[in-house]
Design a protein around this ligand. Structure first.
Ligand code: SF4
Ligand code: SF4
Ligand code: SF4
Length: 437
């Protein structure tokens, strides 16, 4: 009953926010999906018009509404460029939750979210098992990018993907609770499942950088996903379970800042957790508020709090590798973080930075959008690949592991010799290991 009340409340909130849209159509020019399909129903204005009568539409054709609503990367380009300040992403996220609550979940999503993702210890074990046996089903296709493809016909289709890490970060470094060192600062580290299970080297680079700057680290074991995959699929129940689980792991009083190397996790904890906290207890809501206020992207923490990049300075050296940077939507459009990652890259004297064209254009990943609409996702991604290739760089850095997957796929499928790195890896590479504590 509490959930029904919550859904009704969400519906009212959506209706209140919808009236702000003036139907001006400015969002058309920035929507990467509209650029591919030219369909009004794919752009924010079309979706908002559909949601205007959500209650009626939901009774008439819930599956149709859900299909149209799910054709969206949740990239936030429309919201970032909307002259009326329509909170498009908030509306879409709430509408997906309402529809998910009204229609119920498909058996597959129930299995994926409720039986696996929402049970972090079991999820870890399943992924570890998958990592042990994956070589039976996949083969390596690109050594430089470290991508693989399926050996047999599979739901992964033509993708060139990154395999699961042989040893995830939570096994390499089970838990840390070290006091603030010379910096006088202690941070909580929210790892995020892609960094933990696919890119543990990114997590290790974060820890190396924190050691270098003598920052105390609180990294509890048993961390769970931030919940955005469940929420954006309309599964409020699993989403809530994941938020509650993470709240039990991260007591806000333990650290000064909560940092993550995943742009999506950062924007989820900062913006979505408070947005979707209406159904939590007053005490949980307060913890969400405190955590969200403390949450920073790792490059934001390093540059704005530690002034790290400025302190290192970039000495000109002999031959330097050309590197470019892709702005993750969740960093630039959602959080306004774009200068800090570039500063970190420039702090590494082994690189020369060169901006690509349209660096903040969405790479096309969009989380579950990539799974449901791979051809569209790849079509959007090819434009990003073309811009990277045209930059002439041999490396591309970014700040989101989901973008790293998409860029690797696009570059690998095109046969490009361009490495994909996380910004923090590029920065960590330049640090003097001898200064580590
Ligand atoms: S969402 Fe914003 S940009 Fe798009 S039609 Fe509405 S007011 Fe215009
Ligand atoms: S979130 Fe992105 S894909 Fe979705 S409507 Fe807005 S601009 Fe288009
Ligand atoms: S946002 Fe993506 S990478 Fe981050 S924890 Fe959630 S699923 Fe993992």
């Amino acid at each position: 009953m509490r959930s029904m009340k919550h859904l009704a409340l969400l519906l009212r909130e959506v209706e209140d926010q919808l009236v702000v849209c003036m139907r001006c159509g400015m969002c058309q020019s920035v929507c990467p999906l509209f650029a591919e399909t030219g369909r009004e129903s794919d752009v924010a204005r079309g979706k908002l018009a559909l949601l205007d009568g959500l209650m009626q539409e939901m009774f008439k054709d819930p599956a149709g509404v859900s299909d149209r609503l799910n054709r969206c990367l949740l990239c936030g380009s429309c919201a970032a460029n909307c002259p009326s300040g329509v909170r498009v992403l908030d509306i879409f996220i709430k509408a997906r939750a309402i529809l998910g609550g009204y229609m119920g979940l498909s058996p597959l999503k129930k299995l994926l979210f409720r039986q696996m993702l929402a049970r972090p210890a079991l999820f870890d074990r399943i992924v570890e098992m998958g990592s042990r046996f994956q070589s039976l089903f996949i083969r390596s296709v690109d050594d430089l990018l470290g991508t693989s493809c399926a050996r047999f016909q599979s739901p992964l289709g033509e993708r060139h993907f990154k395999a699961l890490a042989a040893v995830p970060l939570h096994v390499r470094t089970p838990a840390l609770n070290a006091p603030a060192g010379g910096s006088g600062i202690k941070v909580g580290v929210f790892v995020g499942c892609l960094v933990d299970k696919v890119f543990p080297e990114v997590g290790e680079a974060v820890l190396k950088v924190l050691r270098h700057h003598e920052v105390g680290v609180f990294m509890p074991d048993g961390q769970a996903c931030c919940g955005i995959p469940a929420l954006s699929s309309g599964d409020l129940e699993s989403y809530r379970a994941l938020v509650r689980h993470n709240l039990s792991r991260f007591a806000p009083g333990e650290f000064d800042h909560l940092i993550t190397p995943c742009a999506t996790c950062t924007s989820t904890i900062r913006k979505i957790w408070p947005l979707m906290a209406g159904d939590l207890s007053a005490e949980e809501r307060e913890r969400v508020r405190l955590l969200s206020e403390k949450t920073l992207d790792v490059s934001q923490f390093l540059v704005d709090v530690l002034h790290a990049a400025l302190a290192e300075g970039a000495e000109e050296t002999g031959e330097r590798r050309l590197i470019t940077y892709h702005d993750p939507c969740h960093l630039r459009k959602s959080l306004g973080v774009y200068a800090q990652p570039r500063s970190l890259i420039r702090a590494n004297p082994r690189y020369a930075f060169r901006e690509m064209a349209e660096p903040d254009r969405c790479c096309g990943c969009g989380g579950s959008f990539n799974l449901q609409h791979y051809e569209l996702s790849a079509a959007i991604g090819r434009r990003k690949r073309d811009n990277i290739a045209a930059s002439g760089c041999s490396e591309v850095a970014t700040g989101c592991p989901a973008c790293m997957l998409q860029l690797s796929d696009m570059l690998s499928r095109a046969g490009d010799r361009v490495r994909v790195r996380h910004v923090v890896e590029v920065y960590a590479e330049a640090l003097d290991d001898n200064r580590q504590s």
